[in-house]
Design a protein around this ligand. Structure first.
Ligand code: NAD
Length: 246
């Protein structure tokens, strides 16, 4: 049985990806932020995944910390035997215009959204290299492609992920490890629930399909990218935004 790790999978897009990959037949590793509420939610996600007849366990790790990722990957390897897919999904926003953006807001977003991807890929790639196969999907954002006012920190982190994706694809292609990114647009999750109605309406005006994306519409593309159906695709960024920019 193939194993997939999904970071930040206690809710939103990550939880949806975990359930979709479980449905596809993957054993799933549900990473959650080390808090009681995230643990509770991860436990519920694991139960939903197990309903598909696969193994599903939840692991606490702050993915912005290298040691947490190192320990989690070691434990997953011991518990599951292989790591066939990695989805770097964990992410946060701390939005404000640059003039008001604190250094703390900048550094925290970079640590959680960008450094975490280094932390996870560094540890998982050494496992995948020995296996001589693997597929990685990094969750970027349209903010990383086009920028967004109020998101200098977030768009920096999401652009960086794209560069990291292409570099890892080039480094590890000969080892049969693929690395791609998805760039979601406006997706209905707890992250976007907090935006004001005015802002949401304004953002939707730029979307050709004139509606939000659903987490399932991200999960289906991730499902494709970790499957053999995409066996000749690496180093690519797939925008999933309902036609935000064409
Ligand atoms: P969300 O807030 O619902 O979920 C984010 C998850 O990441 C949560 O489970 C949270 O606990 C986890 N997380 C945060 N910090 C963590 C840490 N240090 N260690 C481990 N886990 C941590 O948000 P979402 O909308 O589901 O976002 C998922 C990903 O998709 C993020 O990377 C986000 O940037 C990206 N994205 C979302 C949208 C959107 O419109 N919702 C658009 C583009 C990109």
């Amino acid at each position: 049985m193939a194993t997939a790790i999904i970071t930040g999978a206690s809710q939103g897009i990550g939880a949806c990806i975990a359930k979709r990959l479980a449905k596809d037949g993957f054993d799933v590793v549900i990473n959650h932020y080390p808090s009681d509420s995230d643990k509770e939610k991860a436990l519920a996600v694991a139960e939903e995944c197990r309903a598909f007849g696969v193994k599903a366990e939840y692991y606490s790790a702050d993915v912005s910390k290298f040691a947490d990722c190192e320990n989690m990957v070691k434990q997953v390897k011991a518990d599951f035997g292989t790591i066939d897919a990695l989805v770097n999904n964990a992410g946060i926003t701390k939005d404000s215009l640059l003039a008001r953006m604190t250094e703390e807001a900048y550094d925290t977003v970079i640590a959680v959204n960008q450094k975490s991807v280094y932390n996870m890929m560094k540890n998982v790639c050494s496992v995948m290299m020995k296996q001589k196969h693997g597929s990685i999907v990094n969750v970027s954002s349209v903010a990383g492609l086009y920028g967004n006012a109020g998101q200098v920190n977030y768009s920096a982190s999401k652009s960086a992920i794209i560069g990291m994706t292409k570099s890892v694809a080039k480094e590890y292609g000969r080892k049969n490890i693929r690395c791609n990114a998805v760039a979601p647009g406006l997706i209905r999750t707890p992250m976007t629930d907090v935006l004001s109605d005015d802002l949401k309406a304004k953002m939707l005006e730029a979307v050709a399909l004139r509606r939000y994306g659903e987490p399932e519409e991200i999960a289906s593309v991730v499902s494709f990218l970790v499957s053999e159906n995409s066996s000749y695709i690496t180093g690519q960024v797939i925008e999933i935004s309902g036609g935000l920019s064409m």
